[in-house]
Design a binder for this molecule. Structure first.
Ligand code: HEC
Ligand code: HEC
Ligand code: HEC
Ligand code: HEC
Ligand code: HEC
Length: 219
């Protein structure tokens, strides 16, 4: 059969095929990077709040426990935010003239709650529950970052489905002793894998098969 294409066409075809593949790969990589980046996920971006509330000051410097302000975190699906009265138990005596705290005093007088900007939020079609995680030894900082180092609260993780699943497949990489759950700063110990495997048994953590099935999070 006669040659339809000149030999040099092979080279052209090869260049355009590989070039095309490279370009596609490049585009996929760029969109992956963008999807992961704080610009897209809001993760790690400091937010504007009506009052510059510092977890660093209140949890580490002043030693206040998470549950003093997030009262329902152990008992219910929601952690909850503190009422103005909770702030006023201290700030009716401490820093009473600070301009920074003016919105707290105004809220106390008018009865209008402080409009905090939401930091972490899942879509409505996802079921999440704080108490089960707390009860099974998943610490606040694993999901929310080192609150004890935050002068203003930011979102630490993407909260994407694959982020949830990654832990639901390997809880032994993250689980800690129950008494360490509320620590405002926590770094996993060197023997995390071994401790994790032990705690998964001790706390009777459900199997990865159960934890990664769709109905667990989409009910
Ligand atoms: C003195 C009260 C107080 C204490 C103690 C406290 N918090 Fe908070 N927390 C707040 C307030 C007020 C907000 C809302 C403003 C903000 O986002 O910073 C908040 C917000 C948060 C948010 C973000 C909520 C959202 O919108 O998604 C997380 C996560 C959080 N706190 C975790 C913790 C953890 C973990 C601890 C303990 C290590 C803790 N907090 C201790 C008062 C407190
Ligand atoms: C258990 C006592 C206590 C409670 C409850 C409390 N605070 Fe404070 N707060 C303090 C202390 C002590 C300081 C002094 C700051 C420091 O450690 O430097 C302070 C300082 C502050 C400051 C200024 C200094 C800074 O940058 O942190 C703001 C703003 C503030 N608190 C907001 C709040 C708000 C809003 C609430 C309620 C959600 C609240 N606090 C609840 C004890 C408390
Ligand atoms: C397994 C991950 C995980 C752990 C552990 C965790 N949180 Fe959360 N938290 C989330 C997610 C996801 C949201 C968003 C929930 C939503 O939008 O329904 C959230 C939301 C919040 C909020 C906003 C108000 C609310 O109730 O939705 C606060 C406050 C909060 N968490 C505090 C805490 C504290 C305090 C701890 C530890 C005692 C903690 N969280 C442990 C994942 C976690
Ligand atoms: C760092 C680890 C970790 C992360 C991240 C995490 N989980 Fe979990 N989750 C667990 C563990 C451990 C349990 C407890 C399993 C058990 O009951 O034994 C659990 C339990 C649950 C349960 C209850 C299952 C049941 O029926 O008992 C739901 C629902 C859930 N997780 C949803 C989520 C969602 C949604 C996310 C992401 C937004 C998430 N989890 C992120 C570790 C994690
Ligand atoms: C551990 C919790 C968890 C499990 C298990 C889980 N999902 Fe999800 N899913 C989420 C969260 C969180 C989101 C919202 C964040 C996101 O879009 O990544 C989500 C989002 C989705 C979406 C919307 C995607 C989008 O781009 O908006 C679909 C579809 C979905 N899940 C299907 C499934 C299917 C099918 C399964 C079973 C194979 C499953 N999920 C298992 C947590 C879970």
């Amino acid at each position: 059969m006669a040659q339809i294409f000149h030999r040099s066409f092979n080279t052209i075809a090869r260049v355009s095929i590989y070039g095309g593949l490279l370009l596609l790969g490049g585009l996929a990589y760029v969109s992956w990077v963008v999807e992961q980046s704080p610009l897209y996920t809001d993760a790690k971006l400091p937010l504007v709040q009506p009052i510059p509330f510092s977890h660093k000051h209140h949890t580490v410097d002043d030693g206040i426990d998470c549950r003093y302000c997030h009262t329902s975190v152990e008992k219910s699906a929601f952690a909850g935010l503190p009422s103005t009265e909770t702030c006023m138990t201290c700030h009716s005596q401490l820093w009473t003239n600070a301009a920074m705290l003016e919105p707290v005093r105004a809220s106390f007088l008018t009865g209008q709650s402080i409009a905090w900007t939401r930091v972490n939020a899942l879509p409505d079609f996802v079921y999440f529950n704080h108490s089960i995680h707390i009860h099974k030894g998943i610490g606040c900082t694993t999901c929310h970052g080192q609150l004890g180092e935050m002068p203003i609260t930011w979102k630490e993780n993407t909260l994407y489905m694959r982020w949830c699943i990654n832990c639901h497949k390997h809880p032994e990489r993250y689980i800690r002793r129950r008494e360490d759950v509320f620590k405002p700063i926590y770094d996993p110990p060197a023997n995390q894998e071994e401790l994790g495997r032990r705690l998964v048994k001790a706390y009777d953590v459900k199997t990865p098969t159960y934890l990664t099935s769709c109905e667990t999070c989409h009910r």
